[in-house]
Design a protein around this ligand. Structure first.
Ligand SMILES: Cc1cc2nc3c(=O)[nH]c(=O)nc-3n(C[C@H](O)[C@H](O)[C@H](O)COP(=O)(O)OP(=O)(O)OC[C@H]3O[C@@H](n4cnc5c(N)ncnc54)[C@H](O)[C@@H]3O)c2cc1C
Length: 379
């Protein structure tokens, strides 16, 4: 068993930003991450994924994104940037360490993990005063409707988190379910080689050619709106939070016209069930397809937190990341934690700073002496 003042769970942009702010305040902590390498959650996305946010808005605190401000980094560039960030600020990340259970023993938190070594797996328990959960904006558990199990065995099913490129698809028609960012991107790509249908509610589109010079003028305005208008401090923001968490976001780079030009059949009906092994849409139409790609998002699975922290919708009961019912427990990186910016790379730093300020005000600096053996150099 080891002890430290703060355990951060997750070494994505949110957890690393918390690490940056804790380091600046000289606080002892460790970041535990299930992945093999920092940035792996980005590396695992589909091959052609490029950010829709320009590089000038993709920096974490203390280090700008190393690309021209109005370029659009590829997913592996983001992964490498995160890895370099952790190295530059000597953040104590322990990779291959999955947290299996978070519980409490009096006023201390108990973090039980399994550590994947090269040849073995061992258990680790860390005790601490504070825990910051930074395990993903929407969670990491693919969200797929229950009726997916009734699809014909001959239909290839992939969740967007499993999709890499069209070579995975079987010859024949593709149904992409869910018409937000990933659905738009994947349908556009699949249509180059397969007849493709994209179904799902129309979540709108930002009326701006994304890679045009007009974005240079519009982006500062959008950034302001995403941070200060669509914020949990405004009624409009609180309404938008529900939509952002439970429905898709509007198209940015890929527009309706791009999909039409690529030959994607766009159906605004939702998929409602299965008939004889084939997908049924809301208008009762049965589609004969060979492939279904579920772009239906992710869900929070916080069942490993053995504390009453979630509401009926499965999301944590927190305010700007602070869990009032469990002093010392925090979340960061949640969709709409403080504003629309919270889910973006460029928004991670401000939310992390708020959480760290709160955390350091409750854990006096004198507790620094109680440092995790080896945490400072742990990688
Ligand atoms: C397809 C797609 C496109 C996007 N495009 C953009 C974009 O253009 N611009 C932008 O700003 N944002 C974009 N985003 C949104 C956002 O940047 C991501 O959601 C981001 O990855 C969230 O970072 P995070 O640190 O909160 O979580 P993650 O990056 O998911 O990191 C969470 C980490 O926690 C670890 N973890 C999870 N559970 C455990 C556990 N029990 N124990 C230990 N470790 C655990 C995981 O291994 C992972 O490393 C996009 C997201 C997606 C999915």
């Amino acid at each position: 068993m080891e002890t430290t003042q703060t355990v951060v769970i997750g070494a994505g942009q949110a957890g690393l930003s918390v690490g940056y702010h804790l380091t600046r305040r000289g606080r002892p902590f460790v970041i535990l991450d299930a992945g093999r390498r920092v940035g792996d959650s980005w590396r695992s996305h589909w091959s052609t994924l490029r950010l829709y946010s320009p590089a000038g808005y993709d920096g974490l605190p203390g280090m700008r994104f190393p690309a021209p401000p109005f370029s659009f980094p590829a997913k592996d560039d983001v992964a490498d940037y995160l890895e370099e960030y952790a190295e530059r600020f000597r953040l104590p990340v322990r990779s291959g360490t999955r947290v299996r259970r978070l519980s409490r023993d009096g006023d201390r938190y108990v973090v039980d993990c399994s550590v994947d070594g090269r040849d073995d797996r061992r258990d680790l328990r860390v005790e601490c005063e504070n825990v910051v959960v930074a395990t993903g904006t929407f969670g990491r558990t693919p969200s797929v409707p229950d009726f997916a199990a009734d699809l014909d065995a001959g239909v290839l099913q992939l969740h967007s988190s499993q999709y890499r490129d069209p070579s995975q698809l079987r010859p024949g028609r593709v149904l992409v379910v869910g018409a937000s960012h990933s659905g738009g991107d994947i349908a556009l790509e699949a249509a180059q080689s397969h007849p493709t249908v994209l179904c799902g509610r129309d979540t709108g589109q930002i009326p701006l050619p994304w890679e045009s010079r007009r974005l240079r003028v519009a982006m500062p305005v959008l950034w302001f709106v995403w941070g200060h208008v669509l914020s949990t401090r405004t009624p409009m923001g609180r309404k938008e939070r529900e939509a952002a968490r439970h429905h898709g976001a509007p198209f940015t780079r890929v527009k309706r016209a791009d999909l039409a030009a690529a030959g994607v059949e766009r159906v605004t009906e939702r998929m409602t069930g299965i008939h004889d092994g084939m997908p049924v849409l809301g208008d009762s139409r049965v589609l004969e397809v060979e492939n279904v790609v579920w772009c239906t998002g992710f869900q929070q699975d916080l069942s490993w937190i053995d504390l009453p922290v979630t509401g009926p919708d499965g999301w944590p009961l927190e305010h700007r990341g602070v869990v009032r019912s469990q002093p010392g427990l925090y979340f960061t990186g949640l969709s709409f934690q403080s504003s629309f910016r919270s889910m973006l790379i460029g928004g991670a730093g401000a939310d992390a700073q708020y959480v760290v300020r709160h955390l350091t005000s409750r854990s006096p600096a004198s507790a620094q002496a109680e440092s995790l053996s080896g945490a400072a150099g742990a990688r």
